[in-house]
Design a protein around this ligand. Structure first.
Ligand code: SAH
Length: 444
């Protein structure tokens, strides 16, 4: 049986709203990770949740909070849903441990009251999705992400002691608080969205007002009271690493304010590619459009093929090796380096079918006493970035040892540089399958 429900969480993918979101996002200055999370696969999500014990209907991230909730969303849910039946206790425990003690959002100015007096309407969130605490809650509860930053900072206090730190895109101020606690002389926490008001209050209520200065504004527009900083810290990574293009803001900051012997955290980011068997979900997400209640909707299928899907991939689906495509050195690279073409060679580790390529990234902090970092790959603990699935037009029949070769071209979209254009050229010259094709994708 199917159940009709109104859902405002990230397990929902609602096509009717997608165009609306897209249009509005073109106008928005800070596209959100959550907006992009409309590109998800509820079915696969459900399976993954069962596998990984992740919480379904994670109200934390989206309950009536983000840009997507303005219009009523409907989706179909299986009513045999066993949500919350297999929560991973350790994850829940960690989440509880890091959760802010039932903070009730309140703002003396009345702008962020959690209740009827909220000045911000949902329309505001369309235009500034980082303003709402929901997206920050999701990021804070991504323990792989947040704990890595915490460990980097707390286990490398020698880097921070008496240093001037600039936190680019401070959000709730969490990274600034870690740095202050680790002994930084002063931290400038720059945040362009309204969550900056909360960051100010959080800094005050935790007694760090003398160490942390929250500056509300775009990093490209604000003025700092110092000429140079010793450390730039930022959590700028988007889906497929580069979605949202916040990296550009970090590079701008580096060139403007970083002292000669200063450091950027993290300082390395790498993009990887692998190939997966994905018959079930390709059927569900792509072939679905062939016959919808007896009608041909293949025009939508073409669009769906061109949109990378942000989703969790089961490591057992991986058919080939995982190849490093590109490493970026954040301390040295130029903004133009986010456009590139790289070759790949994916060698099958077993006889199987290939339905999609999967991209993911890792980041590292090489200036630590010991190398630290995290991966968002399918073999690592899940993060909110998940992986990025690019469906292939062909179903490739590949034999163990055969290679799928080709190249991937990545570039910010010319009209909206926060979107990414991806082109994949691939060819397989195997015993059972010969195929060669170029496919274009757009992350938006
Ligand atoms: N540092 C926080 C938030 C990371 S999300 C944490 O780790 O939890 C990235 C944040 O950067 C968002 O809050 C977004 O509003 C902000 N941001 C993005 N581009 C920015 C820019 N150019 N100037 C200032 N803030 C920016």
């Amino acid at each position: 049986m199917l159940m009709l429900s109104k859902i405002g969480n990230q397990t929902t993918r609602t096509f009717p709203l997608f165009q609306l979101n897209k249009t509005l996002r073109k106008l928005s200055d800070s596209p959100s990770r959550l907006l992009s999370s409309s590109k998800q696969n509820p079915k696969r999500e459900k399976q993954q949740e069962k596998k990984m014990g992740r919480r379904k209907n994670n109200q934390t991230s989206m309950s009536l909070n983000n840009a997507q909730h303005q219009a009523t969303k409907i989706c179909f849910n299986d009513d045999d849903d066993e949500e919350n039946s297999n929560l991973d206790d350790s994850i829940v425990a960690t989440e509880k441990a890091i959760a802010m003690d039932d903070v009730t959002m309140s703002d003396p100015n009345g702008s962020f009251v959690d209740g009827g007096d909220d000045d911000n309407t949902s329309a505001d969130y369309y235009f500034d999705s980082y303003s709402h605490f929901g997206i920050h809650e999701e990021m804070l509860k991504d323990v792989v992400r947040t704990k890595t930053y915490q460990n980097v900072i707390f286990q490398n206090k020698f880097l921070f002691k008496d240093k001037i730190v600039l936190d680019v895109g401070a959000g709730t101020g969490i990274l600034s608080l870690f740095c202050a606690k680790a002994g930084a002389a002063h931290v400038y926490a720059v945040e362009c969205s309204h969550i900056a008001n909360m960051a100010k209050e959080i800094v005050e209520s935790n007694g760090y007002s003398n160490v942390i200065t929250v500056l509300k504004g775009k990093i490209e527009e604000i003025e700092l009271p110092v000429a140079k900083v010793d450390i730039i810290i930022s959590e700028w990574m988007g889906y497929f690493l580069l979605f949202e293009n916040m990296l550009n803001s970090v590079l701008y900051t580096r060139d403007k304010w970083l002292a000669n012997d200063g450091i950027v955290l993290p300082d390395k980011a790498s993009l990887y590619l692998t190939a997966i068997e994905d018959a079930e979900y390709k059927e569900d997400k792509i072939e679905f459009w062939n016959n919808v209640y007896g009608f041909d909707m293949t025009c939508i299928k073409k669009q769906a093929m061109g949109e990378p899907l942000v989703d969790t991939v089961d490591q057992n689906q991986i058919v080939t090796n995982c190849q490093l495509l590109k490493t970026m050195d954040i301390s040295k690279m130029a903004s133009g380096d986010t456009s590139f073409t790289v070759p790949f060679k994916l060698v099958a580790e077993r006889d199987d079918y290939i339905h999609a390529l999967v991209a993911y990234f890792d980041v590292s902090f090489t200036k630590c006493h010991k190398l630290m970092g995290f991966s968002t790959g399918p073999r690592s603990r899940a993060t909110h970035w998940k992986q990025t699935v690019l469906y292939l037009e062909d179903v490739l029949t590949i034999c163990q040892g055969e290679a799928l070769t080709g190249s991937m071209t990545v570039a910010p979209n010319k009209k909206n540089p926060r979107d990414i254009d991806i082109t994949i050229k691939y060819s397989l010259n195997g015993q059972r399958c010969v195929a060669s094709r170029t496919q274009h994708y757009k992350m938006r």
